[in-house]
Design a protein around this ligand. Structure first.
Ligand code: GLN
Length: 188
């Protein structure tokens, strides 16, 4: 299987290394052809406005949306999750709109703009996961089909809807590949 990592902008390199450490082939995705040749895709953290702009300029918004709606497993982390969300609270910003979550950008507040903490992840046994949040988006509501896999103070931070997985935090920075492994297991 080839795991794609969207590489228009942002923190894609570490995701690539984690997937490779799990024995997956990886491909940095910057074109429609590359998008069509991967079996799954990670949309990394970064700056969601810039990612949307670059995807639009490369005519990749619709092809990416179609692949996700056709069932390609996709994992959006931080800005990647913002891109996947149905609605971005209080902002007039474009997204793919594929996942039934509403998010608020940079919503963990000034003091806590970036922080690290631990939480349990349902379906992933063992130690709690160490989450690194960097100017993270907050999930403010989830639709009926969305399964909450981890939460922090009753706010979801890792969610799944069928072929889509999304996190507020940066799982590639924790030195713990269990969430990537979970994602790999979603790829048939
Ligand atoms: N604050 C960024 C945004 O709104 C997301 C930050 C991140 O991906 N680490 O796009």
């Amino acid at each position: 299987m080839i795991s794609g990592v969207l590489a228009m902008q942002g923190a894609f390199h570490k995701h690539k290394l984690v997937m490779e450490s799990l024995g997956c082939k990886t491909l940095e995705v910057r074109t429609i052809d590359e998008l069509l040749s991967v079996d799954c895709l990670i949309i990394p953290g970064g700056e969601s406005t810039v990612m949307v702009k670059l995807l639009s300029e490369n005519n990749m918004m619709d092809p990416l949306k179609s692949r996700i709606l056709d069932g390609m497993p996709v994992f959006g982390t931080c800005a990647g999750m913002i891109l996947m969300s149905r609605e971005i609270s209080r902002m007039n910003q474009d997204s793919l709109g594929v996942m039934d979550i509403m998010v608020e950008r940079n919503a963990y507040g000034r003091q806590l703009e970036s922080f690290e903490t631990e939480f349990e992840v349902s379906g992933i046994p063992g130690e709690p996961f160490h989450g690194i949040f960097i100017r993270a988006p907050k999930i403010v509501s989830t639709g009926r089909m969305v399964q909450v896999l981890a939460e922090l103070d009753s706010v979801p931070v890792l969610v799944r809807q069928g072929n889509m997985l999304a996190s507020s935090f940066h799982p590639e920075l924790s030195g713990d590949s269990r969430i990537h492994q979970f994602f790999a297991s979603m790829v048939k």
